[in-house]
Write a protein that binds this ligand. Structure first.
Ligand code: 5GP
Ligand code: ZN
Length: 114
């Protein structure tokens, strides 16, 4: 999608601090980190929100979740724990309408989330 920030980061049109990329996914550091580790994992393909997913996306979402675990492990947070978050739509705080999985680590996380 031509005017989507995360499509532009995924394509390289806008520079991101990239920690992982492959054929389907790109992971980069959040510009406004909420924890010592704050990585966003996005599919290369534009999907606006979780509400637009269908069964053909199951493998892609599985890759996103497994990549979150791999990045947390790589950055040393797997054992103590880390937080993964998908915000869906404005009421939950979604501000960029291209699905992204937040991966946060390096501090304690409260529950319920704010
Ligand atoms: P949301 O609020 O949609 O769940 O998360 C969007 C995230 O994107 C926020 O945590 C915000 O800090 C991050 N973000 C917004 N603009 C940019 C940007 O230009 N580059 C990067 N790396 N992150 C961004
Ligand atoms: Zn997009």
């Amino acid at each position: 999608m031509s005017d989507c920030l995360f499509c532009k980061i995924a394509s390289g049109e806008i520079k991101g601090n990239i920690v992982f990329e492959d054929e389907h996914l790109v992971a980069f550091r959040d510009i406004n980190p909420q924890a010592p580790m704050h990585v966003l994992i996005v599919p290369r393909r534009h999907i606006a929100s979780l509400n637009e997913l269908d069964s053909s996306d199951d493998a892609l979402v599985g890759e996103m979740v497994r990549r979150a675990a791999a990045i947390a492990k790589q950055e040393g947070h797997a054992e103590i724990g880390y937080r993964t978050v998908f915000n869906c739509n404005a009421g939950a705080g979604q501000t960029v309408f291209h699905i992204h999985l937040h991966v946060l680590g390096g501090r304690r996380f409260g529950w319920p989330p704010g």
